[in-house]
Design a protein around this ligand. Structure first.
Ligand code: NAP
Ligand code: G4F
Length: 328
């Protein structure tokens, strides 16, 4: 019997990890995920997949755990999604952010190089690297000017992946992904904070939604579309770095307007500015050009921005109403 193609995902408990695991299972892959030990269960996003995937313990801080995970699982493809991914926390924990999000990538690349350099490697690069943007729209050749310790760490991670490709001939690719969201997004990110806030206000649980910079602009897509691009990149004969984006940008205010309108409310009546959510240095506007991705891997987003916002509000309405019914 032929061995199924095998993937190891770091960060499988995160938003993208859960979508990617589902996608790879649908392609017939054997899927393993690397998880950190925690005192409470972290598997909410992958609870429905636990009978179909394997979990191995490991941490991007611990090199021997990475080598052991690779030796035990014997993957054909590694998707490195694990990171400290919340930008504001990167100012509060800049050193730890560098350890996870930057040096963690060197640790796992080293493990790939030593255990099996034939493994195909995907690095989760970020549009945060463009930061104070040097040109619009941003492409694969736009220079980086990161604006947070997170963005700086991702720029290091990006270049160390390029360096291992050039130094050792690894099949290592970076997806420069612009913001992507969905019902599984962490509650602290602005998209989910808004969709959850709208649901709670509609259900009478909250009276206001406190936000920071409403004028920030992001190129927002749907996470389910973006994990497809990760896989497509690793199927190419040659490794590649690609921008993955919708090519449209919207303000946080636009997100609020569509989300509140979807439940028959006006955002102006509920959204208040809280300076606590302003950042020491802001990324004002992001807009990606994914033409190269379209040409090389045939990738295009399927979910539009208004549909994404409404999908997230609908999911939170359902979740909040269930919690309310259970008395939580
Ligand atoms: P997420 O929901 O925050 O998930 C992050 C994952 O990383 C979690 O599974 C977390 O595990 C894991 N992790 C954190 N520290 C780790 C460590 N030291 N060792 C091993 N795993 C660790 O993030 P996401 O939105 O799915 O994003 C996935 C990746 O894409 C991240 O690298 C992110 O920076 C990058 N990215 C995201 C976007 C976006 O818009 N979503 C855009 C560009 C790039 P625990 O459950 O144990 O905390
Ligand atoms: O949702 P956010 O926290 O995402 P941010 O900072 O753009 O980062 C996300 O996307 C990156 C890709 O570009 C990823 F690499 C990263 O891991 C993460 O997934 O904030 C979006 C915008 C910001 O401009 C922020 O200032 O929303 C603005 N905002 C306004 N009020 C707020 C709030 N952000 C948050 N989190 N909370 C607020 O109350």
């Amino acid at each position: 019997m032929t061995r199924p193609r095998t993937a190891l995902i770091t960060g499988i408990t995160g938003q993208d990890g859960s979508h990617l695991a589902e996608f790879l299972l649908s392609k017939g892959y054997r899927v393993a995920g690397m998880v950190r030990r925690a005192s409470v269960d972290q598997s909410e996003r992958i609870a429905h997949l636990l009978d179909h995937i394997e979990l191995v313990q490991g941490d991007l801080l611990d090199p021997s755990s990475l080598s052991k995970a690779l030796s035990d699982v014997e993957p054909d493809e590694v998707y490195n999604l694990g990171a400290m991914s919340f930008v504001p926390t990167s100012w509060a924990q800049p050193v730890l952010t560098g350890e996870f999000t930057a040096l963690g990538v060197t640790r796992i690349l080293e493990a790939v190089r030593v255990v099996n350099p034939k493994i195909r490697f995907y690095q989760a690069s970020s549009s945060e690297m463009f930061g104070k943007v040097r040109e619009t729209p941003q492409t694969e050749s736009t220079p980086f000017h990161p604006r947070s310790p997170y963005g700086v760490a991702k720029a290091y991670a990006h270049w160390i992946t390029v360096n291992y490709r050039e130094s050792y001939g690894l099949h290592a690719s970076c997806g420069i992904l612009f913001n992507h969201e969905g019902p599984r997004r962490g509650l602290e990110f602005v998209s989910r904070k808004i969709s959850n806030g709208v649901a709670r206000i509609k259900m009478g649980l909250d009276k206001e939604l406190r936000l920071g910079n409403l004028d920030a602009q992001r190129d927002w897509g749907y996470a389910g579309d973006y994990v497809r691009a990760m896989w497509l990149m690793l199927q190419l004969d040659e490794p590649v770095d690609l921008v993955i984006a919708t090519g449209k940008t919207h303000t946080v205010r636009d997100f609020c307007r569509i989300a509140f309108e979807h439940v028959g409310l006006r955002y102006e009546d509920y959204v208040t500015l809280d300076p606590k959510f302003l950042r020491p240095a802001e990324v004002d506007t992001l807009l990606g050009d994914a033409s190269l991705a379209k040409a090389t891997i045939g990738w295009e987003p399927e979910v539009s921005f208004p549909d994404l916002v409404r999908m997230m509000v609908d999911a939170d309405l359902l979740r909040v109403s269930r919690l309310k019914a259970m008395g939580h």
